[in-house]
Structures are given as C-alpha cells and as structure tokens.
Design a protein around this ligand. Structure first.
Ligand SMILES: Nc1ncnc2c1ncn2[C@@H]1O[C@H](COP(=O)(O)OP(=O)(O)O)[C@@H](O)[C@H]1O
Ligand SMILES: [Mg+2]
Length: 363
C-alpha cells in the first residue's frame, strides 16, 4: 500500500463457482481522486465496484479503505455509498423526502434534517424543487436526486455504476460537467464505472482500463492516450494506426526498425526491453499524421487517397499504402477552405509525423 492510497485493492480476485470474473487485481486510489473503471460490457467493472461497496465478498485478497481492511465490514458500515444506473427514486415520496431518506435512521431533529436536505438541493442545483414528485422530473433531475441522496450521509467514497447510461447524449454531456463540478466542490473520492471512453477521458483524474477481469493499464487520460502500453489499450482508447515492424537493432535510447510500408526507421524508445528480431507494432494516432501533396524531404509514407470524409471542422482520410493491409487513417483540421479536388480518390499523397508521435508496442 502506498502512503497516499485511500482505497487500496490488494490482489483481489472474484470467482462465481468455476467462473473467474476478476483476476488478481491490485490498485491504489488516492483521497479526493476521480477514478474511473473503463472497459467493455462484461469485463468485471460492476463486480469490482460491488466488492468495494460490500455487496459482494472478495474470493481472494483484501480491500482497504482509509487504512481499514474491509472483508469483515458489512455494506452499511463502510464509508461508501453507491449510485446506480437505474436511479431508484421512490415514486410515492417527493424530492425532499427522497433526498432525506437515509437520514431517517439517524433520528436527527427535524430542523437539522431540513437544513441538510436544503444544502443537498443547492449542491445539485435543485433549490425550490423539494415538494415536487418523482414523476414531475426529467431524467437528469432524477439522477441529481439520486446523487444528492447518496451524498447526504457524507460518505468518504462515492461509487457510481454507469450513472449517466440512461440519459440521452446532450443531457449526458451536461451531467458529466455537473458531476465533475460536484466532485471538486465536495472533494470526496469518486470511483466511477463506464464503458464510454470519451466519458472516462472527460471526467477522470485517472482511469483503469479493464478487459476480461484484468486491469490492462492505470494512467491519467493523457497518459493512456499518448502512451498506451499495449495494443489493446491503444486500440480501445481513441483510434490508432498500427504498422507491423521488426526490430533490426538497438543502441542507447534508439531502436532500428524495418517497418511495413515505410522501410528502415530509427525511433527513439525509452525504457523498453526491445531486442533485435522482436516483432512489434508501430502505432500512430490519425491526428498526428500530416498530409502532403508533394514528396517531402526525409521519412515519409507514400500512398494514395482512398476515401475522404468531410466533417466541417475536420476531414478524415483513408490513405492506401503499398505493402500495408489496412489503409492509414488521417484526421486533419480544415484550417483552410475545403478544396473538393483534395478528396479525389487515387490522388497521390505523402504522410509525415513528428518523431515523438510514434509508439512502439509489443505484438
Ligand atoms: N452473480 C453472478 N454470478 C455469475 N456470474 C456473474 C455474476 N455477476 C456477474 N457475473 C459475470 O461476471 C462477469 C463480469 O460482470 P460485470 O462485473 O457485471 O461486468 P461489467 O460491469 O463490466 O459489464 C460477466 O461475465 C458476468 O456475466
Ligand atoms: Mg456493469
């Protein structure tokens, strides 16, 4: 456990009978962090969240929250609260009663309860809505009530399982901003589950990318995007071009590669274990490639336009490169007037890239 870990997941695994839902995972989450679990459906996100909440036991390992081992602590005694995708709002209660629901067992004086509810209404920007009924509310308002209800007991950790999944795109984006503001305002730790990479990138301080019950990489949004450690992470986050390559030599900080469609290249690589003969992938993001009409000096990939998609602000191109099985994807900003001739299929083009844009990944 590192010193500033508020939640420490140590070698935690989960089996349902003979089915392994979570392989041994170790993760540290800092106090006040907005931490996301990101991965395709079925990769184990909800299972991990439910183990944090105490709704599921761990099959192996231990979860520590605020330094305390959690295995013998029942859900209601853990310093966490959970918000679900299908926000369970009680239809027979009004907004204030819904938000104050968890206070009932605390037996606080009425005036204190009312004050706490008012604070929560203000926090989720629903001041004046206390008397409304659940059916008089929009999806976004209902989700804010679910948040307020989870936050009124002042948990140290809020667990959120795809809480925006049921909202349409516009409302979802609005609620993302709202969640981020809320988390900053109250400063508690959020563990947020989503299968939506854009949502995870927008919201999170750090993200754990999960697949098949394993954590593939934990990093900041820019770390995951700019420096993915595996091909799976590189293709899961954003779009990526991959070129097959072979390592032909290695000198301090540089690798010599023979790259499909390009030929011999010299790429700066740090801290990898690449050795001569290794088969690797050279990865590059579509927006890092620069399209030229004439052959530039130095390293370039020659090809021809196969497809252009004009999107107003930017255009996407597919460039067919001799020797490559899949076309290269390029995304470029339309900072000049669009010339329809540029889109012509078969037009010869050259691609260049800034040297630090190439990522070498093991294949
Ligand atoms: N109670 C359970 N019994 C058996 N298998 C389960 C149970 N809960 C989840 N699983 C399985 O564990 C895997 C991970 O599920 P889950 O954590 O819900 O994934 P995610 O939330 O990432 O979509 C899935 O294959 C799912 O079918
Ligand atoms: Mg789930």
């Amino acid at each position: 456990m590192t010193d500033d870990a508020f939640i420490s997941i140590r070698n935690v695994g989960k089996s349902y009978g003979s089915f392994r839902a979570i392989e041994e995972i170790s993760l540290d989450i800092a106090h006040g962090e907005f931490f996301s679990l990101l991965g395709a459906s079925g990769c184990g996100k909800t299972t991990l969240l439910r183990m944090l909440a105490g709704f599921e036991s761990v099959s192996s390992g231990e979860i520590y929250i605020d330094g305390q081992p959690m295995s013998d602590v029942p859900p209601f005694q853990r310093p966490v609260n959970m918000v679900f995708q299908n926000y369970a709002i009680f239809p027979h209660l009004n907004v204030a009663q819904n938000i104050g629901y968890g206070l009932r067992k605390l037996k606080l004086p009425r005036a204190d309860q009312d004050r706490m509810i008012d604070e929560m209404l203000e926090l989720v920007q629903l001041t004046g809505y206390g008397k409304r009924r659940a059916h008089e509310l929009s999806g976004g308002q209902r989700q804010r009530i679910a948040l307020a209800r989870a936050l009124i007991l002042k948990p140290k950790v809020l667990l959120l399982d795809e809480p925006l999944g049921a909202l349409d795109k516009q409302l979802r984006e609005q609620m993302q901003m709202e969640l981020r503001r809320l988390q900053r305002a109250i400063g508690i730790t959020f563990v947020f589950v989503t299968h939506d990479q854009e949502e995870a990138l927008t919201l999170s301080d750090r993200i754990a990318v999960m697949s098949g019950g394993e954590v593939l990489q934990v990093d900041s949004p820019s770390g995951l995007y700019e420096a993915p450690k595996t091909r799976d992470v590189a293709s899961f986050i954003g779009n990526m071009n991959f070129l097959d390559a072979q390592v032909t030599g290695r000198v301090n900080g540089h690798a010599y590669l023979d790259v499909q469609g390009i030929g011999k290249m010299d790429i700066p690589v740090k801290g990898t274990t690449l050795t001569e003969g290794d088969k690797v992938s050279v990865a590059i993001r579509p927006e890092k490639l620069i399209l030229h009409d004439t052959a530039p000096a130095g390293d370039a990939i020659a090809g021809e336009i196969e497809l252009t998609t004009y999107l107003g602000e930017r255009s996407h191109y597919h460039v067919r490169v001799p020797g490559c099985d899949v076309p290269m994807a390029i995304s470029s900003q339309n900072s000049h007037m669009h010339d329809p001739d540029e889109a012509k299929t078969g037009r010869p083009v050259w691609l260049t890239w800034p040297n630090d844009a190439l990522i070498v990944l093991e294949r």
